[in-house]
Design a binder for this molecule. Structure first.
Ligand code: 5GP
Ligand code: ZN
Length: 113
């Protein structure tokens, strides 16, 4: 399987790591859309929200715990931030390994779509 984020998690493709534990990996987005733009991914390959089930969903709640911790560490918790997950073509998903964009550090556009 040829998956960019699996290769980043394994360290085969370099990234600027922000956080890692046994099930989650976080790194700076290569093309940031805000002063803080970090991608938080499960280490296990889940291609999108469409593939989340009762078997693998524990990692999703853990990702939100990590997001809360990173938001504090990166200095955006107080002023606020956005967590975005694109799923599929209409949402513009380009990498088919589930990932959560943590965006902050400036006032974000209010429009959601
Ligand atoms: P999506 O459009 O699928 O929601 O988001 C994919 C994100 O991955 C984009 O924000 C894009 O900039 C980022 N990205 C794509 N390739 C790489 C890469 O090789 N390294 C890093 N750090 N980010 C990447
Ligand atoms: Zn993957």
């Amino acid at each position: 399987m040829d998956c960019l984020f699996c290769e980043i998690v394994k360290g085969n493709i370099p990234s600027k790591k922000v956080y890692e534990d046994e099930s989650v990996f976080a790194f700076w987005d290569i093309a940031p859309m805000a002063p803080v733009h970090v991608l938080i991914v499960p280490k296990m390959h889940i291609s999108s929200v469409n593939e989340v089930t009762s078997e693998n969903s524990a990692v999703i709640s853990h990702i939100y715990e990590v997001a809360a911790q990173l938001a504090k560490e990166l200095g955006v918790a107080e002023d606020g931030y956005r967590i975005v997950t694109n799923c599929g073509k209409n949402a513009g998903q380009t990498v088919f390994h589930l990932h959560f964009h943590l965006l902050g550090g400036t006032a974000l556009k209010v429009e959601m779509c």
